[in-house]
Design a protein around this ligand. Structure first.
Ligand SMILES: [Zn+2]
Ligand SMILES: [Zn+2]
Ligand SMILES: [Zn+2]
Length: 206
């Protein structure tokens, strides 16, 4: 009797005797499709012994399958446990973030979430302050230019009016000190070679 299984390869084929899937390596199509285990009782007339050996084989195959199933089950359980831990951590983090957002930042103590949020908030505040400073710079640059046109020029205002007659001088008087501070700060920035807000018409820019 010949078979049509692949030759010269490791294959799993049903043994014609025990009917279990067994590893075979055929070198000829006339090889017996009987596993090495069954080869021991091949041609055995004692059916009882053959059946007993089959039952022992099936039992051990079943045990193998069960232990593989157990391994897979415990691996799945480990994965589930890990997921549980992760969910618990994330749930705690969500609760903590919710409390911080609700304004109860002190209850979060020195948690990583709080640090993260504070860093975020600090960065936003710094960016807002930078924008505000840039807006202030534009106003101060304009004030500086107006103030420069009303400086002291002997007995007269630089605009040509008598000092007592120039209406702009009295308007500028309360902010002259702040304009001078702003100018000094920006001259220092210019000297350092960093970003400053002095207008193009400033003497230091010529
Ligand atoms: Zn067999
Ligand atoms: Zn057999
Ligand atoms: Zn003037």
């Amino acid at each position: 009797m010949t078979h049509s299984h692949p030759l010269h390869a490791d294959v799993l084929v049903e043994c014609l005797c025990c009917h279990a899937s067994q590893p075979f390596h055929f070198s000829s199509s006339s090889d017996q499709v009987v596993c090495p285990y069954c080869a021991r009782h091949l041609g055995d007339d004692r059916a009882v012994q053959r059946d007993a050996q089959h039952i022992a084989l099936w039992a051990s195959l079943l045990e193998d399958a069960e232990s593989r199933f157990d391994d897979a089950t415990s691996a799945a359980q480990v994965a589930l446990d890990e997921a549980d831990v992760r969910i618990t951590v994330l749930t705690a983090q969500v609760g903590e973030l919710s409390r911080i957002i609700a304004g109860d930042i002190d209850s979060a103590a020195e948690s990583p979430s709080r640090t993260l949020l504070e860093t975020e908030a600090l960065g936003r505040a710094r960016r807002r302050a930078e924008l505000a400073a840039r807006g202030n710079d534009a106003v101060f640059a304009a004030l500086w230019a107006i103030n420069a046109r009303h400086g002291d020029a002997g007995a007269l205002c630089a605009c040509g009016e008598a000092i007592t007659d120039c209406p702009d001088r009295s308007v500028l008087a309360p902010v002259r000190g702040r304009i001078a501070d702003w100018e000094a700060r920006n001259l220092a920035l210019l000297a350092q070679g960093t970003r400053h807000a002095l207008p193009a018409g400033h003497p230091a820019m010529r």
